[in-house]
Design a protein around this ligand. Structure first.
Ligand SMILES: Nc1ncnc2c1ncn2[C@@H]1O[C@H](COP(=O)(O)OP(=O)(O)OP(=O)(O)O)[C@@H](O)[C@H]1O
Ligand SMILES: [Mg+2]
Length: 228
């Protein structure tokens, strides 16, 4: 689904430069659950941002179903993100003035779908993930675990091919973290959604199809691969 070839991202800060991603080759297979582990500063977020078309690579190629991200215009990248990628972040990034239904409806509204239709689908997804009693709650009225479930519902509502999750359990206690991990695995198995998850949480790696370790922007050779 995604082919990454000799990918580099160099950041410049004054006279210093940091090679955050340094010559990565990687294939992401449709339907897999991939976990990216590695120390702080290893390049996990940078790699996710490159895959999601949020950031531009310094060199190399990154192709999703034939679409070349590295040469795409801002406009087509915006469309690419909207139509193909779901994002989940550590701090949920929900809109504080909107309730759960409204937050989850946002990606469909952005596509020009009427609120009534978007709302029906949002209710359906929120119910499916066990939040049927929290539909009208705003983020401040939800626990961290519930907020992350709302964020996951938002990430899947427009049926993206790929979910990119950056430290999705980083702000949760271990019980809530376990629930979020279980939910992501369930969505992966039942809906065939492809996941790429960057984390420090080793529990996330336990049931992954593939664990890739990033250090100094490079993939370490001894990673686990159950896809072969
Ligand atoms: N916008 C930026 N400008 C300059 N340097 C950056 C920028 N973003 C990241 N870096 C540097 O790139 C390297 C990789 O950062 P990145 O955020 O990808 O690491 P990470 O693996 O996600 O770390 P963490 O586990 O702490 O989230 C770090 O050395 C960081 O300082
Ligand atoms: Mg990070």
């Amino acid at each position: 689904m995604i082919s990454i070839h000799q990918l580099y991202k160099t950041y410049h800060r004054g006279s210093e430069s940091v090679e955050a991603v340094s010559g990565i080759d990687l294939e992401i297979i449709k339907g897999e659950f991939m976990v990216i582990l590695g120390p702080s500063g290893g390049g996990k977020s940078t790699l996710l941002n490159l895959i999601g078309g949020i950031d531009h690579p310094t060199a190399g190629t990154i192709t999703m179903n034939g679409f070349a991200l590295e040469t795409a215009s801002e406009e087509s990248l915006t469309r690419f993100r909207r139509d193909h990628i779901g994002f989940v972040f550590q701090f949920y990034n929900l809109l504080s003035s909107l309730n759960a239904i409204e937050n989850v409806s946002m990606p469909l509204m952005a596509k020009g779908i009427a609120f009534k239709q978007a709302k029906a689908k949002a209710v359906q997804i929120l119910t499916r993930i066990g939040l049927e009693k929290r539909l009208h709650h705003r983020p401040s009225e939800l626990s961290g675990g519930e907020q992350q479930r709302v964020a996951i519902a938002r990430s899947i509502i427009s049926e993206p091919e790929l979910i990119l999750a950056d430290e999705p359990t980083g702000d949760l206690d271990s019980l809530n973290a376990q629930a979020i991990i279980a939910l992501m695995h369930e969505l992966n198995k039942q809906m065939g959604l492809t996941f790429v998850v960057a984390t420090h949480n080793l529990r996330l790696a336990e049931n992954a199809d593939r664990v890739v370790e990033l250090r100094d922007g490079k993939i370490q050779p001894n990673h686990i691969d159950k896809t072969k």
